[in-house]
Design a protein around this ligand. Structure first.
Ligand SMILES: [Cu+2]
Length: 298
């Protein structure tokens, strides 16, 4: 191949063999124009290589790249649609599932370590390179066609969704749990609101009981300072009774968020602070032999 299609935020690793190019020649890496909505961009040189002599390291381009274990669609445990829209004459024109970004809103709660099928449905005449934080995913099909081009076949964190196209992806979060972003990597679309918060919920991890954390740990809430709601998470090494309480700075108990037997593993809970006045609050996690407090700002 001598060209590749690269969308904003997307990365390709390219192996290039200079050997066939004879000494004295120049090779340039160019950005080329392409046809999208009309003609886009201007051709220009990005980088020029002058082949001035035989400086071969003796390296060769490998015949095969490391194999990828492709997900099997029979393992899909849930599906999720993300519809991309463009509203005319409104603030926040670029939307996902009708939403523009809100810092304190969790838009999707996603179970940990389970394979999901995500469909990005582009109902606009625009390109949207969709970027997901915290995971590498696999493209499965475009408009239902699983015969995808070679550059779709690697692990991806940014996938171009062409105008009016539906791209099916296979996604499994099995690294750190917590809140991640999903957004269009055209920054003017993202800044206009084409971004969501996704919560990877480790309390649903079916493998937690096989590999519980080593120690109790109360995590800092997110977001902090909080506006309307926040997520408090903790790790517990053993199953058992747990209490999570919120206090004001005078020590008055506001609410007991958790009062239950919980399994070993990582847990998170949403705290809704709608009726509270602003200021500092304390949250306390306690069981029979562990207690930890942290502060949060409303
Ligand atoms: Cu976009």
């Amino acid at each position: 191949m001598n060209s590749a299609y690269l969308s904003p935020g997307e990365r390709h690793d390219i192996l290039f063999d200079f050997f066939p190019n004879t000494i004295g020649n120049s090779i340039s890496l160019q950005s080329q124009s392409f046809s999208g909505i009309g003609s886009q961009g201007t051709q220009m040189d990005l980088l020029r290589f002058d082949n001035i002599g035989n400086l071969s390291s003796g390296g060769i381009v490998p015949q095969n790249l490391p194999p990828i274990n492709y997900y099997d669609i029979i393992d899909i445990n849930g599906t999720r649609d993300f519809t991309l829209t463009q509203e005319m004459m409104e603030i926040g024109m670029h939307r996902i599932n009708g939403l523009t970004y809100k810092m304190n809103r969790i838009d999707e709660t996603i179970p940990y370590n389970q394979l999901e099928e995500w469909k990005f449905i582009n109902s606009t005449n625009n390109f949207h390179p969709m970027h997901v934080h915290g995971v590498l995913l696999q493209v499965h099909s475009r408009n239902g066609n699983p015969n995808i081009p070679p550059n779709d076949k690697g692990w991806k964190d940014t996938v171009l969704v062409n105008p009016n196209e539906t791209v099916q992806m296979l996604v499994k979060f099995n690294d750190d749990s917590g809140i991640y972003l999903l957004h269009c990597h055209y920054l003017e679309h993202e800044d206009d609101g084409m971004m969501l918060n996704i919560l990877i919920d480790a309390s649903t991890n079916v493998e937690n009981e096989n590999s519980p954390p080593d120690t109790f740990e109360l995590n800092q809430n997110y977001p902090n300072p909080l506006n309307q709601s926040t997520v408090i998470s903790w790790k517990q090494p053993v199953s058992g009774f747990v209490s999570l309480k919120i206090f004001n700075t005078e020590g008055k108990e506001i609410v007991e968020l958790v009062k239950a037997n919980m399994k070993a593993g990582t847990h998170s809970i949403n705290f809704d602070a709608l009726n509270l006045s602003s200021g500092m609050y304390i949250y306390k996690l306690q069981n029979s032999n562990f207690v930890e407090t942290k502060k949060m700002i409303l």
